[in-house]
Ligand binder design. Structure first.
Ligand SMILES: CC(C)(COP(=O)(O)OP(=O)(O)OC[C@H]1O[C@@H](n2cnc3c(N)ncnc32)[C@H](O)[C@@H]1OP(=O)(O)O)[C@@H](O)C(=O)NCCC(=O)NCCS
Length: 184
């Protein structure tokens, strides 16, 4: 289990959120609807409602307490504004100690190095505080910004799968990347 629900890096707060933050989360998804569409699964009709986001945060908080998921919501220290998240999901411990990584930012905040900073810090947290051995991320080959983030952070290219994930209604090829904790 993580030692705390609130961490930080140079310019960011990284926080595990409880359901009472659903309005901020909903506003984030609403203002980034068209920006995120091409990189995400098709959303249910009720995704853009407060009740859906409350339920989702509540479910994710239970999963956080069960050590199977940790979604860090990213806030800028400068104005305390929510600008995205980094999510470690499908966490399996035992002799695997591995999980998947997903991430998304706010359309108005890209290309400022925020995601690189957020992933760098949260990988450190998941390795040192949580005890993971490996983290895997999967990227569509045309997602140049995400590929650049993987490269800057030193994730290793491990493979390629055809028609791997259904994104915006289409089964998309993905490149697999992973980063390893050399201390365990
Ligand atoms: C992918 C994403 C998280 C990146 O966040 P970010 O904060 O902009 O990332 P960073 O600023 O740390 O790095 C972005 C890099 O992409 C580079 N980049 C941006 N546009 C580019 C382009 N058209 N061609 C090549 N490189 C480009 C930037 O120059 C920067 O690299 P640099 O620091 O070496 O200059 C953000 O774009 C996003 O939320 N996209 C939509 C959701 C998504 O794709 N999630 C990932 C799914 S795998």
């Amino acid at each position: 289990m993580l030692k705390q629900t609130r961490y930080d890096s140079d310019r960011l707060y990284l926080r595990i959120l409880k359901p009472r933050y659903a309005m901020e989360v909903l506003e984030y998804f609403k203002r980034n609807h068209s920006f995120l569409t091409q990189w995400e699964p098709k959303r249910q009709k009720n995704f853009y409602t407060l009740s859906y986001q409350k339920r989702q945060l509540s479910m994710e908080y239970s999963m956080y307490r069960d050590n199977s998921l940790a979604r860090f919501w990213i806030y800028k220290k400068e104005d305390n504004r929510l600008i995205g998240n980094v999510c470690y999901s499908n966490i399996i411990m035992c002799n695997f100690k591995s999980c998947y990584l997903g991430y998304k930012l706010d359309k108005d905040e890209i290309n400022k190095g925020y995601m690189t900073e957020a992933i760098k810090r949260t990988v450190e947290i998941m390795f040192e505080d949580f005890g993971l051995h490996r983290i895997e991320a999967n990227v569509i080959p045309r997602n140049v910004r995400s590929l650049s983030v993987m490269k800057k952070l030193g994730f290793e290219k491990e493979g390629f799968s055809r028609r791997y994930l259904e994104i915006n209604g289409k089964w998309e090829d993905h490149i697999h990347f992973a980063v390893y904790n050399d201390k365990i």
